[in-house]
Design a protein around this ligand. Structure first.
Ligand SMILES: NCCC[C@H](NC(=O)CCN)C(=O)O
Length: 396
């Protein structure tokens, strides 16, 4: 056996030997669901554990509930494994971020064990704790703070109903559409009023009608966040909250133009004022072809079979993929339930999710080791070449 294959075995054995600890971490996070930027319990248990395992830990890293846990030396390849740990309102860990945290910590442990085999670490591994993927996107704050500078590759794995190495993750924009009318008694003098709720309903309906003309991969979905105060007051304020999505930033701007047109039309029809507030969003994920081909090879050798079924959500890992060569595979946790559903919450906390999570952690760890391997400098050169080509044709 080559020295490097020995290291790969050590990584896998370390993850297997830590299975019970890792499951406990996952269960702790799953049973204490915390919203984005409030993940204090998850932050504590992950940082305490990684510190105990010999990582140099920075708590509250640029954000209250972000962390950096790092091991190794500078000057070699620097690999980042990402943890997420925020939950959804009301339905808990319905996106399985407890498992993303477990997988990131597990991969980090495995890589570290392999690196320190002969006492001389080659390169650096950082486990990065990133808050609020379901919210404003903590990775975007961390990018702005420079947390990804000097990293060569970033990777994570996300729970799902299928196993997809290169899922579609769309560019996304969050938008609030606010209508202002004029209040009046809805029974005594309704003609004195200007009805903001009517404008919001017309806008919602126009967007729904427009949907037939949207490209199949475009997404527009919204809710009413204000529909008036009382039935006997003509609503003077009404508000819609929409997510707009498309495969690229260019296509997203076309979707935005159409939605703004619907809002303006509804305002004219009802005599209301309309303001559209752009709340920012996420970039699409640009998967690095060299890294994903290594990942696919390593995962296949462990018996992982890939499906051809990609969802099309969005993630702040998309923003990371514009600053560091990245992969964001998704994997089957033993459920057919959709993410963001209550059955998915149950699946994310079930024992059946553990074996596939550890296989993903091993696949990420072995992918990282392949990039770090002395003599494999051409691999890193190819990763950088892919990235330069991809970024030449893409805008975040
Ligand atoms: N506010 C951003 C929502 C992101 C959300 N992400 C996912 O569902 C992917 C996995 N967590 C989305 O709506 O796509």
């Amino acid at each position: 056996m080559t020295e490097w294959n020995k290291r790969k075995q050590v990584a896998q054995a370390k993850i297997d030997a830590s299975a019970s600890d890792l499951n406990n971490i996952s269960q702790e996070i799953w049973s204490h669901p915390e919203l984005g930027y409030e993940e204090h319990h998850a932050h504590k248990i992950l940082t305490d554990y990684l510190e105990k395992k010999g990582f140099e830990v920075t708590r509250n890293y640029h954000l209250d509930t972000a962390f950096k846990a790092t091991y190794g030396t500078d000057g070699g390849v620097h690999v980042c494994v990402i943890c997420e740990y925020d939950a959804l309102p009301e339905i808990g860990h319905a996106c399985g971020h407890n498992l993303i945290a477990e997988c990131g910590a597990a991969a980090g442990l495995g890589i570290k064990a392999a690196m320190e085999l002969d006492g001389t670490p080659i390169g650096r591994v950082t486990v990065l704790g990133t808050p609020a993927e379901e919210g404003a996107g903590g990775k975007i704050d961390l990018i702005k703070a420079g947390a990804f500078q000097g990293m060569d590759v970033a990777m994570m794995a996300h729970p799902y109903a299928y196993t997809v190495p290169q899922p579609v993750a769309l560019s996304m924009l969050e938008m609030k559409i606010h209508f202002t009318g004029l209040a009046s008694h809805a029974s005594a003098v309704p003609w004195e009023g200007v009805n903001a709720l009517d404008a919001a309903v017309m806008c919602y309906n126009s967007i729904s009608v427009m949907r037939q003309q949207l490209k199949p991969e475009w997404r527009v979905h919204g809710i009413f966040t204000n529909g008036g105060a009382k039935p006997n007051i003509i609503p003077e304020e009404a508000e819609l909250f929409y997510y707009l999505r498309a495969p690229t930033q260019e296509a997203l701007s076309q979707v935005k133009k159409k939605v703004v047109g619907c809002a303006q039309g509804a305002a004219v029809a009802t005599g209301c004022e309309c303001t559209v507030k752009d709340l920012g969003g996420f970039a699409n994920v640009v998967t690095n072809p060299t890294v994903i081909s290594i990942y696919k090879r390593e995962a296949s050798q462990m018996g992982v079979v890939f499906d051809d079924n990609s969802g099309s959500g969005s993630t702040d890992m998309g923003n990371v993929s514009y600053v560091v060569p990245s992969i964001h595979p998704m994997y089957d946790i033993g459920t057919m339930a959709a993410n963001h559903s209550r059955p998915f919450t149950a699946a994310a906390g079930a024992a059946a999710a553990q074996p596939p999570t550890l296989v993903q952690a091993k696949s990420l760890a072995l992918t990282a080791l392949e990039v770090m391997k002395p003599g494999n400098e051409e691999v890193l050169a190819n990763i950088k070449k892919d990235f330069a080509l991809q970024m030449g044709g893409a805008k975040a």
